[in-house]
Design a protein around this ligand. Structure first.
Ligand code: GLU
Length: 303
């Protein structure tokens, strides 16, 4: 059997400008794809319109261009994929895998059987066997198994979750709201024929849910590599919520060098004042996936 062609992706959420944390994910996924002769796609994860910042998508793409990234094909916007997500949800409903849930937030909070791996609550399955009489569905949830879902991460090693215990039946769509990130990602990774997911380790706890969804939909499961996550001095993940500073225009080479060094690649500091093309030439010639650390070194240790 021939190996499927390598297809990687970078999937930013347009909730703000590109910052160092998302740059690290872009650099890692891009180099892993390109050094294996693979394609690299960009997907705008704007499925939750309430979190989107107008113009952030164009801003992110401009910044990626200025940094010298080149992607294959048009950018896929999740906001235009509603029909595909609806079709997937219908299939799961028809197969009895997704069910309507009438519980309010309050009811879930009062009945939860514990804290989920992502800090949420484990839904105890109240509506699993049918809606309470006279109550409409407020959300659609996926039935999860009591057996282990495991995968071998290329960087982090083996991770296993018992979804029934660690997550509970999770939401695919709120009745009148957007589709959930988990469903959109699973459907789009298949649609874009992604063979290799390389992204930040802040998303690793979502991976068993996405694998289970892919399995329920009869889709192939990609290979996963979760990169160390950049944090600020307080140890918080860089994100819009922690007010990570946007990358500053005109510092493209320095930003790329910093991202490479963060990923364990000894890019010479002198490249920081070179052009992005020169940094990429060094990176293509010297990229070592094996040198990517499992965890971020503390900033203090980097000196
Ligand atoms: N949109 C997610 C984020 O920006 C990334 C999702 C993914 O790579 O699967 O954190």
């Amino acid at each position: 059997m021939t190996q499927p062609a390598y297809r990687g992706r970078f999937a930013p959420s347009p909730t703000g400008p590109l910052h160092f944390g998302s740059l690290v994910a872009a650099v890692g996924s891009f180099l892993d794809a390109r050094t294996q002769g693979g394609a690299w796609l960009v997907r705008m994860e704007d499925v939750d319109s309430e979190r989107n910042v107008p113009g952030a998508d164009a801003d992110i793409l401009r910044t990626l261009e200025a940094l010298g990234f080149e992607w294959n094909g048009p950018v896929l916007y999740q906001s235009r994929r509603g029909e595909a997500y609806a079709a997937a949800l219908e299939r799961l409903q028809a197969a009895g895998l997704a069910y309507g849930c009438a519980c309010s937030r309050r009811e879930v909070a009062d009945s939860a059987s514990g804290h989920a791996v992502d800090g949420g609550l484990v839904y105890p399955g109240t509506c699993r066997d049918g809606l309470p009489p006279g109550r409409p569905a407020r959300a659609w949830r996926l039935r999860v198994p009591a057996a282990e879902v495991a995968f071998d991460d290329r960087i982090q090693g083996r991770l296993a979750q018992v979804l029934a215990r660690d997550v509970g039946d999770f939401v695919l769509r709120r009745a009148d709201g957007p589709f959930a990130y988990q469903l959109a990602v699973a459907v789009d990774d298949e649609f874009q024929a992604i063979s290799d997911v390389v992204r930040g380790a802040d998303l690793i706890a979502s991976t068993p849910r996405q694998i289970w969804l892919l399995h329920c939909l009869g889709y192939p499961v990609p290979s996963y590599a979760h990169l160390p996550v950049a944090t600020n001095a307080a140890g918080e993940k860089l994100s819009k919520q922690t007010r990570a500073p946007a990358l500053v225009a005109g510092q493209a080479a320095a930003d790329l060098v910093a991202a490479l060094r963060f990923l364990g690649q000894p890019a010479p500091e002198a490249l920081a004042v070179a052009s992005p093309a020169e940094v990429w030439a060094w990176a293509f010639a010297n990229w070592s996936f094996a040198a990517v650390p499992r965890q971020a070194e503390s900033l203090a240790a980097r000196g």
